[in-house]
Design a protein around this ligand. Structure first.
Ligand code: KDG
Length: 326
């Protein structure tokens, strides 16, 4: 079991952004009111593990603007170490809009305004090697590798250094086809896949990376590449996980869906936190699944990330049959 005290247990690196989420569903051209939230896959993950009781740090850049100050204030309030978040005076904080429930009910899509953003200017020079070397687990997603040449190089460097220092590397493949083409994602992410200990993916990403969709085949292939734990998120079908010794499976939890964005980060952060607490593969998968369900019930990626106590209450209510939808 990895410890949860002392120095930072978990470090993540990526682009934190402002999410503008409509109060109403429907096409963005007809939406009038938006809510502001802090989001971004790796930042969500840092907040997720922090709520679960682990010391987390986030590496990235925000703009020297009001939105940058807003994002920093969120991380600080959540107890995430921001000492390696650079405030870039030359570029704005990235922003994205969410379109909810249209044209497909309960689904969301995103519209990015992040080209040339502060976060995308992340570079290998931003990394303080000693900082990365001191963590027990380094988490990154495919998004960071898609942001820019310098962000990609920073990603490779961080993963190398974390591994060299004996930290576990956790990768969520998170291929965003609005940021790059499938072939390029495959070329850039395959080497990272070879270096990761814990890999989160889904059938769409695994098809791009491995030409495989079947969860059991994907788990076996990624384990053969050197990972110790592989998790395949299956959306409405739940999730599957595997190590060399065991397999685990969960069904999706039916809850009222407000916005599905951020569920994957809730899932990944909760899974990792539970593995770090020494929980079994099956228990970690069930907890992750529950955290994902909690996050889809509200707008925003961070707000419903559970503490251990709240997660337990949610799971207990389910066991007692108090949460039943459809
Ligand atoms: O996982 C949720 C993220 O996708 C969202 O917050 C925005 O980081 C983001 C991205 O680049 O899509």
């Amino acid at each position: 079991m990895l410890g949860s005290h002392g120095r930072l247990s978990v470090i993540t690196m990526g682009e934190m952004m402002v999410q503008l989420n409509p109060v109403t569903t429907g096409p963005l051209k007809h939406v009038n009111y938006f809510e502001k939230h802090g989001a971004g896959a790796e930042a969500n993950f840092a907040v997720g593990v922090s709520r679960m009781g682990f010391r987390a740090g986030f590496i990235g850049r925000v703009g020297g603007d009001e939105f940058g100050a807003y994002l920093l204030s969120i991380l600080k309030a959540e107890g995430v170490d921001t000492s390696r978040v650079l405030v870039d005076q030359e570029a704005p904080t990235g922003v994205y809009f969410v379109q909810r429930g249209y044209p497909v009910p309960e689904k969301s899509s995103v519209l990015y305004y992040r080209k040339g953003s502060a976060g995308s200017r992340l570079s290998p020079e931003d990394l303080e090697i000693e900082y990365i070397r001191a963590c027990q687990l380094f988490h990154i997603t495919g998004i960071t590798f898609a942001l820019s040449d310098s962000a990609r190089e920073a990603g490779y460097k961080a993963v190398h250094e974390a591994r060299k220092a004996g930290a576990k590397v956790s990768l969520d493949t998170n291929i965003r086809l609005k940021l790059w083409k499938a072939d390029r994602a495959k070329e850039v992410l395959r080497p990272v896949l070879n270096m990761a200990d814990i890999v989160f993916t889904d059938p769409d990403d695994s098809e791009i990376l491995l030409n495989q969709r079947d969860p059991e085949t994907v788990i076996t292939s990624i384990l053969e590449m050197g990972a110790s734990t592989v998790i395949v998120k299956l959306g409405e079908e739940g999730a599957a996980a595997g190590t060399r010794q065991q397999r685990a499976r969960v069904q999706a939890i039916k809850v009222p869906v407000e916005d599905i964005i951020g569920a994957g980060d809730a899932f990944a952060s909760c899974f990792v936190a539970n593995i770090m607490r020494g929980e079994s593969l099956q228990r970690a998968l069930e907890a992750a699944n529950a955290a994902g369900a909690l996050v889809v019930m509200v707008r925003g990626d961070i707000e419903n990330l559970p503490t251990l106590a709240d997660l337990e209450r949610f799971m207990e209510s389910r066991r007692k049959g108090r949460i039943v939808y459809r």
